[in-house]
Design a protein around this ligand. Structure first.
Ligand SMILES: [Zn+2]
Length: 331
C-alpha cells in the first residue's frame, strides 16, 4: 500500500509533539512552612558580595535587627552574589568573606533562596550551584530556576534565571568571560525555561504569586528596563496574574506600580555599592518610591495581606505599602 507523504508525516509530528510535552521538565520545587499562625516573613537583598565593603556589613547588621523584629522565615537574594566575577570555585574564600562571615546575625541563620546575577555568570557558575557550598554553609540554596511553595499555599515564589535572556552578554561581552555551561544552546534554554515558568504559574493554587529574577523588568535606575524580559517574560506574568516581580541589578531600592497591569515591580539591589543620583525620568503616577542608596526590603504576608517595607543602611524605614486579597476567592 502506498501511503501519501502527508499521512506519513502527521503521526510523526504528533509523536514529536508528545515527546516534547513528555520531556518538558518541571522546575525544581521546595517547600517552606509558615509560622504557626499562618503568616510568613522574609527579607530580600541583592547585589551584595563585596567582602563587607561599600556598607555591605552595615546593611547586613540592619538586616539582622529587622530580621529579629519580624522573626523572618527565610532570606531571598536577587543575585550578583559575588563581585566582580562570581566565585572562582567552591574553595574561593569570597564565599566566607562575602556571605558566611557577613550575615552573622542570629535572625539570618535561616534558609537563603538565591538566584544568579550577571556578575555571578562571570565566574564558576557550577560552584555557586554546587551542593558543596550548602555543605559548608547550610543556609546556601542557589539554583538557576526553581519554585518555592511558601506557606505552603500562601505564596508560590518563582525564581527565574534572567542572565541568559540578555543578548548583549552574548554579542558584546566586552572583556568579560561568561560561564555559559548548561545554558547553550541559548534559544532552547530560554524556550524551555519560559514553558516551565508558564506551566508552573498555570498550575499554581497559591494565594500570592511572586516572581524573582536578577534583572529588572521595569526600573528607572542605571540599567533601566530589560527589553528581553519585557518581551518574553512579562506577558506570561501578566497572563497568570502575578502579584509581584522582585529583582536586583539596579543598585537601588524601588517600587513601580505599572498602569499596564496590577503587577508591582520591586527592586532590592542595595546590598552594598549604590549609585547615587543615577535615575532616569519615569511616569510619576507609576513611580511610588526610588532610593539611590544602600538597603534592603522586607515582606510580611498572610493569605489575605502582604506588607512590603524598604529600609536604608541605618535601618530607617523609607517606604511601605500593603495590599489585600479577599479570602473568599481562595481556592
Ligand atoms: Zn547585575
Amino acid at each position: 500500500m502506498v501511503v501519501s507523504s502527508q499521512e506519513a508525516t502527521l503521526p510523526k509530528l504528533l509523536l514529536l509533539g508528545l515527546l516534547f510535552v513528555c520531556c518538558l521538565a518541571e522546575l525544581p520545587r521546595f517547600e517552606h512552612a509558615a509560622k504557626p499562625d499562618g503568616s510568613l516573613s522574609f527579607l530580600v537583598v541583592g547585589d551584595w558580595g563585596r567582602k563587607g565593603s561599600y556598607n555591605q556589613s552595615q546593611v547586613a547588621l540592619q538586616m539582622g535587627i529587622i530580621g529579629e523584629k519580624l522573626d523572618v522565615d527565610f532570606v531571598i537574594s536577587t543575585g550578583d552574589n559575588f563581585y566582580d566575577d562570581g566565585l572562582t570555585g567552591v574553595t574561593d574564600p569570597a564565599f566566607h568573606q562575602s556571605f558566611s562571615d557577613i550575615y552573622t546575625a542570629r535572625s539570618l541563620q535561616k534558609q537563603w533562596y538565591i538566584v544568579l546575577g550577571n556578575h555571578d555568570y562571570r565566574g564558576d557558575v557550577e560552584a555557586q550551584l554546587s551542593s558543596t557550598l550548602s555543605d559548608i554553609d547550610s543556609r546556601w540554596l542557589c539554583l538557576r530556576s526553581f519554585i518555592l511553595n511558601a506557606g505552603p499555599e500562601t505564596a508560590e515564589i518563582f525564581f527565574v534565571d534572567t542572565t541568559p535572556f540578555v543578548t548583549k552578554y552574548f554579542t558584546h561581552p566586552k572583556d568579560h568571560v561568561y560561564d555559559w555551561r548548561g545554558v547553550l544552546p541559548r534559544e532552547k534554554y530560554l524556550k524551555n525555561l519560559l514553558l516551565e515558568v508558564e506551566s508552573g504559574l498555570r498550575e499554581s493554587r497559591a494565594k500570592w504569586k511572586i516572581v524573582v529574577g536578577h534583572h529588572t523588568i521595569k526600573s528607572a535606575g542605571h540599567h533601566g528596563n530589560t527589553d528581553e524580559l519585557n518581551m518574553l517574560l512579562l506577558p506570561i506574568l501578566q497572563a497568570y496574574n502575578v502579584d509581584f516581580y522582585i529583582n536586583g541589578h539596579d543598585h537601588c531600592l524601588e517600587h513601580i506600580s505599572s498602569t499596564e497591569s496590577p503587577i508591582q515591580f520591586l527592586t532590592s539591589g542595595g546590598g552594598s555599592k549604590a549609585w547615587k543620583n543615577d535615575i532616569k525620568p519615569w511616569n510619576p503616577q507609576e513611580m511610588k518610591f526610588y532610593y539611590d542608596g544602600q538597603g534592603f526590603m522586607s515582606v510580611e504576608m498572610t493569605q489575605a495581606d502582604v506588607g512590603i517595607r524598604f529600609y536604608d543602611v541605618l535601618g530607617n524605614e523609607l517606604h511601605k505599602f500593603s495590599t489585600t486579597k479577599h479570602l473568599s476567592s481562595a481556592i
